[in-house]
Each structure stands twice: as C-alpha cells, then as structure tokens.
Design a protein around this ligand. Structure first.
Ligand SMILES: N[C@@H](CCC(=O)N[C@@H](CS)C(=O)NCC(=O)O)C(=O)O
Length: 207
C-alpha cells in the first residue's frame, strides 16, 4: 500500500490526504515531522519535503501537485477531481494556482516568525510575502464572486480547486490569523466551512 509521509498540519500533506480519500485510493498515513523528526524523515526522503509519497512499488515522490498527478493516474479519468471540459479545467487550474501561491506565502510568514530567531527577522520580507498572500486570497475571492469552482468529473462534493482553496484557507486562518482578516473573504470562509463538514475533510483534520 502506498504511504503518505508528513503531518496534517501541512496544508500540502492535507490536500493530498483528502484528495486520496476522495479518489478512493487507500494509503497509510505516516505523520512524521519535517522539523522535530528530521532523521526519521531523511531516512525516507533525504530532501525532507512533506508531503512525500512512497508508492506501492517503493518509488519516493514529492511535491503535492506531482503526487496528485500520479494519484489521478491511478484513479482514472472517471474519478478525477478535475473537470473534463477545457474551459472549466483552465479555471480550476487558475484557482488551484492562486490557492497554492497564497499557501506558499502563508508558510513563508510562519517560517519567518517561527523558524528564524526574532532578531534575525526581516520586516520588508515579511511585508512582501504578507502582501502577496493577501493578493492571492483577494484574487481567489474575486474569482469566487464570478461563480462557484467547477465541479469535478468524478462527481465528488468538491473538486481539486475547491478542495485546495478550502485546505489553504483553513491552514492560514489557524496559523497566521493576525495576517488574514475574515471579513474581506466571506466566500472563502463559506467554502472552507462547507468543506470542513465533509467526511473526507473530517477524516483528515488539520493538525
Ligand atoms: N510545493 C511543495 C511544498 C511543500 C512544502 O514546502 N512542505 C513543507 C511543509 S508545509 C516542507 O516540507 N517544509 C520543510 C522544508 O521545506 O524544509 C508541495 O506542493 O508539496
């Protein structure tokens, strides 16, 4: 059985876990920390990146989007979390890209504030990534105002775009709430609440 290595406090790990669940692909979760259990992680993947997927044959994959590419191959097009029509697929890719960019910026805020000692923090960098994160969530909110994310070909209650933006919103509100007010983003808040109520999200909770 394939193994998903990494903790669910990582939004990248969580998006893979929820996606595997919705794709109907069984996996073993190995919640090893990239910080507190570096040696154990290194023994599986010397690069120490979460998520890491160890396939049933033993291939070690990393990067959530590439892992999900492989998972989609295993599940087949009839179960896909992506829409089949090109225009909808393009919109889903745009939404997912915005969510992943906002996510990267939220993670950078966390690293700047929690990994670096306070005297080594660099405010201009923090300001830059904070503005980038808000720009990402702002663009996502504009997109959601134009209409809901496209439905997936596999008929799941959420597709990859909605799943990712919901995981990212929840993560950012948990980790950097002082940098992310809820009021300007009501549609993302609602999407997150809807998603968190789904069985696949409850099965793989943040943290
Ligand atoms: N683009 C990657 C980002 C993954 C990532 O940065 N994961 C973090 C945990 S949230 C990590 O491995 N951090 C440890 C490190 O980069 O050294 C993905 O989509 O999987």
């Amino acid at each position: 059985m394939m193994q998903l290595v990494g903790m669910l406090d990582s939004p990248y790990v969580r998006r893979v876990a929820v996606s595997l669940e919705l794709l109907g692909l069984p996996f073993e979760s190995r919640p090893i920390s990239v910080f507190r259990q570096m040696d154990a992680f290194r023994a599986i993947n010397p690069v120490i990146k979460a998520p890491t997927l160890v396939t049933a044959e033993g291939t070690v994959l990393m990067d959530s989007s590439l892992i999900l590419d492989w998972a989609e191959q295993l599940a087949g097009p009839a179960r896909s979390l992506w829409p089949a029509a090109p225009a909808e697929r393009l919109r889903a890719l745009r939404l997912t890209g915005l969510a992943l960019a906002a996510c990267e910026k939220a993670v950078q805020i966390v690293y700047e504030q929690q990994v670096r000692p306070p005297e080594k923090q660099h405010q201009p960098w923090l300001d830059r990534v904070h503005a980038q994160m808000l720009a990402g969530f702002g663009a996502l909110e504009d997109e959601l105002r134009r209409g809901p994310p496209p439905a997936p070909a596999g008929g799941q209650p959420v597709g990859q775009a909605e799943l990712t933006l919901a995981v990212v919103w929840h993560f950012a509100r948990q980790l950097v709430p002082q940098h992310l007010p809820e009021a300007p983003f009501p549609l993302q808040r609602a999407a997150s609440e809807r998603a968190e109520a789904l069985a696949a999200f409850a099965a793989w909770p943040h943290g």
